[in-house]
Design a protein around this ligand. Structure first.
Ligand code: NAG
Length: 294
């Protein structure tokens, strides 16, 4: 139809964080410190777990996988953000934008599935302590991790391919600090119905279903703890699950607040703060939440 009149967008402009120019340096330093903390903290966890054979238990191997995922997740967005804060040119080529979106979805999904796998691990620990070793065999652990990768690769690939089919016209300004899928969809000038349906289905599979599974495993854990309530069993449940529970609340709390309860008044500041919460802060805090416990 009117395709020929449209200028094909070859790059996008990232508007970045909604902060005053005067505070730019402060926030640059803040994000740099947060990013370095994330990288070092998560690397330390991975190295420690790999080096110590005592820590080659399912729980720690999953944790090491989660740290790897956190490391990659923050590396998808933060280095680019830091670079953009320093330079005048905040454009990002079309292909780079889609690539960023792909990896963002990939590691967000991986994080979500790994949290489910860890919840299952906690559930078996508390509810079937005697059969733990035979249930959580190395083979099952490997299968669970592989399945998480497979599901998230398929999911993020399908989102990205659907996005690549859309055409973008004159408007190419992304009011965000990375190529977020909802922000890109708003710019598209072709029909986004299929994409939105896909977000709805995948959102259910990647966010809601994992959240429900985690919730279910905690219901089981709590009811099994309360069956024979003793201060010892309660303490045990709390010490095995406390750190996992705090990560789950941080990760799903912000995502659900952001995507399922969207603000009516279009407040970009609030949205950006919450996105920063789950992209930067969660990845940064995970190592500390776990080291604190041990
Ligand atoms: C991830 O988990 C698998 C299965 O438990 C384990 O074999 C692997 O070493 C872990 N990978 C990392 C990077 O920790």
């Amino acid at each position: 139809m009117g395709r020929r009149n449209q200028t094909v967008v070859s790059e996008f402009l990232l508007l970045g964080l909604p902060i005053e120019p005067l505070q730019q340096d402060l926030f640059y330093a803040l994000f740099l410190v947060m990013y370095l903390t994330t990288v070092l903290g998560n690397l330390l966890i991975i190295v420690l777990i790999q080096l110590d054979p005592h820590l080659h238990t399912p729980m720690y191997l999953f944790l090491s996988n989660l740290s790897f995922s956190d490391l990659c997740f923050s590396s998808v967005t933060i280095p680019r953000l830091l670079q953009n804060m320093q330079s005048q040119d905040t454009s990002i080529p079309y292909a780079a934008c889609l690539t960023q979106m792909y990896f963002f979805l990939l590691f967000a999904g991986l994080e979500s599935f790994l949290l489910v796998v860890m919840a299952y691990d906690r559930y078996v620990t508390i509810c079937f302590p005697l059969h733990y070793a035979s249930i959580m065999s190395p083979k099952l652990c490997l299968c669970l991790v592989a399945l998480s990768w497979l599901l998230t690769i398929v999911g993020s690939l399908s989102h990205t391919l659907l996005m690549a089919l859309l055409s973008f016209c004159a408007d190419h300004v992304i009011p965000h600090f990375f190529c977020d899928m909802p922000a890109l969809l708003k710019l598209a000038c072709s029909d986004v119905q299929v994409n939105e349906m896909m977000i709805f289905i995948m959102g259910g599979l990647v966010i809601i279903l994992p959240f429900l599974l985690i919730f279910l495993s905690y219901v089981q854990i709590v009811s099994s703890t309360l069956k024979v309530p003793s201060s010892r069993s309660i303490r045990k449940a709390f010490s095995t699950c406390g750190s996992h529970l705090s990560m789950v609340s941080l990760f799903y709390g912000t995502i659900i607040g952001l995507y399922l309860c969207p603000s009516t008044d279009n407040s970009t500041v609030k949205e950006t703060v919450m996105t920063v919460m789950y992209t930067v802060v969660t990845s940064m805090l995970n190592p500390f939440i776990y080291s604190f416990r041990n």
